[in-house]
Design a protein around this ligand. Structure first.
Ligand SMILES: C[S@@+](CC[C@H](N)C(=O)[O-])C[C@H]1O[C@@H](n2cnc3c(N)ncnc32)[C@H](O)[C@@H]1O
Length: 416
């Protein structure tokens, strides 16, 4: 794992400019900071002349096929090969359990996660015999309730969202194991010792998609207070408010590991399911409009800074770029222009070339989401290992259903 981490670091350092910045943030300067395989790819894509995005999905699909490892140039090819090999992590296979009909209302993603996670916890329980758990950031308590039902184990579900907890509590109350779970309204912050009253000598500390800093608090608590067992899946890296919670391991410090910009943390939080074409087409159209708007802003004001645009009402987005631009120009208090002027701007050859370059770079950049996530998670893995715990890193969920599928299992030396 050390060698892998080192190789990931060197890869990230080599391509730092591509993933650290958003292409629209420093366009066109951005293009000149990239290595030749990326700028060539963007320029080749920008020369295509077919109707793009608003009318057809051909170019879009082609772009993603290319960006998904079918590179036309040897240099890009070797980039994809290296990326692919760096991202290989053992897959934990389990026979999924089927939830009974009382859980029909659970969404497909959550159902898949629980159906896969329960058998894994069951295996670990058979090995280590834990008889108590704390589900941190347990939300509605679905996982906790199903652990009570299927594993005959009792525990706490802690969360700072009272509304969600009451909703879940009402649902569980209608089941035979409704009283097995103790819902506690609780906020975990850097004072991780507040977690201690919930930890017993045989506790499994669980965090399924504990967002932002929360995963790191759980990991630190496990290491510092010798919590017997920990099972954690991180998510929402963009909600990490404390930079010092990144690169926490000695290994990362020794490697002088890269630091992550807010843009990079947002990228790591993105779910990227290649085959959900409809969803991707929508996402890409959002980015296409955003890129066009940025170019329009530069044209009208000379200001290349990136502004937060906020939500666009659905009907305005669906009406097309002209309506989108007029809406946001007025919100940004930029003197508006007419529909026709915006249409002319959009269709101008130089605008189309620039916007295609941005979209191509955006697609390439999106390929870094997983590797950045991996660098963050391997650092957490090392931190636990360095504290003397037996620790494993694996993929569990089907990434097409639940892309944040990197799990950490960790056991203290003293635990059975
Ligand atoms: C992404 S949700 C996951 C919920 C649940 N584990 C699941 O998988 O369905 C993260 C949960 O953690 C809670 N949470 C986040 N940060 C927290 C903190 N610092 N203290 C307590 N709860 C927190 C949120 O309210 C939310 O319910």
């Amino acid at each position: 794992m050390k060698k892998r981490f080192s190789n990931i670091q060197s890869f990230l350092k080599r391509h730092y400019n591509l993933w650290t910045y958003e292409p629209i943030d420093s366009y066109p300067r951005y293009l000149n900071t990239l290595t030749i395989e990326f700028s060539d790819f963007a320029q080749a894509f920008s020369q295509k002349t077919d109707n793009f995005l608003e009318e057809t999905s051909t170019s879009f699909q082609e772009l993603f096929q290319i960006a998904s490892y079918q590179s036309p140039t040897p240099l890009l090819n070797s980039f994809f090969e290296e990326l692919k090999s760096l991202m290989e992590i053992p897959v934990e296979t389990v026979s999924p359990l089927s939830l009974d009909h009382s859980f029909n209302s659970i969404k497909e993603k959550k159902r898949h996660e629980i159906e896969t996670l329960l058998p894994l916890i069951k295996q670990k329980q058979a090995l280590y015999g834990f008889d108590h758990f704390v589900d941190f950031g347990g939300g509605m308590g679905h996982l906790a309730g199903l652990m009570a039902q299927n594993l005959n184990i009792q525990g706490h579900s802690l969360d700072f969202d009272k509304t969600i907890q009451s909703k879940g509590q009402n649902i569980l109350a209608q089941t035979p194991y409704g009283n097995a779970i103790n819902f506690v309204h609780f906020t975990l912050s850097a004072q991780i010792e507040k977690l201690l009253p919930f930890i017993e000598k045989n506790t499994l500390l669980l965090g399924l998609h504990s967002c932002g800093d929360l995963s790191v608090f759980l990991i630190q608590a496990a290491a510092q207070f010798n919590v017997p067992y920990l099972l954690n899946f991180g998510c929402c890296y963009c909600r990490m408010n404390t930079p010092s919670l990144l690169n926490i391991s000695q290994q990362a410090k020794d490697e002088a590991a890269v630091s992550f910009s807010d843009h990079a943390l947002t990228l790591a939080s993105r779910s990227f399911c290649e085959d959900k074409v409809k969803e991707l087409k929508h996402k890409l159209k959002v980015r296409y409009f955003r890129a066009l708007f940025q170019l329009l802003q530069i044209e009208l004001t000379g200001d290349a800074s990136i502004r937060t645009l906020g939500q666009t009402p659905k009907e305005i987005f669906n009406a097309g770029f002209e309506d989108y631009a007029i809406f946001h120009l007025s919100k940004q208090k930029i003197e508006a222009c007419t529909d026709l002027q915006i249409k002319d701007f959009k269709e101008r050859k130089d605008t189309q070339i620039k916007v295609r370059e941005i979209i191509a770079l955006d697609a390439l950049r999106s390929l870094f989401s997983r590797i950045i996530e991996l660098a963050i998670i391997i650092d957490r893995y090392f931190y636990l290992e360095e504290s003397g715990r037996e620790t494993q890193l694996f993929q569990l969920f089907n990434p097409k259903i639940s892309p944040r599928n990197l799990g950490i299992w960790s056991k203290s030396k003293e635990a059975k």
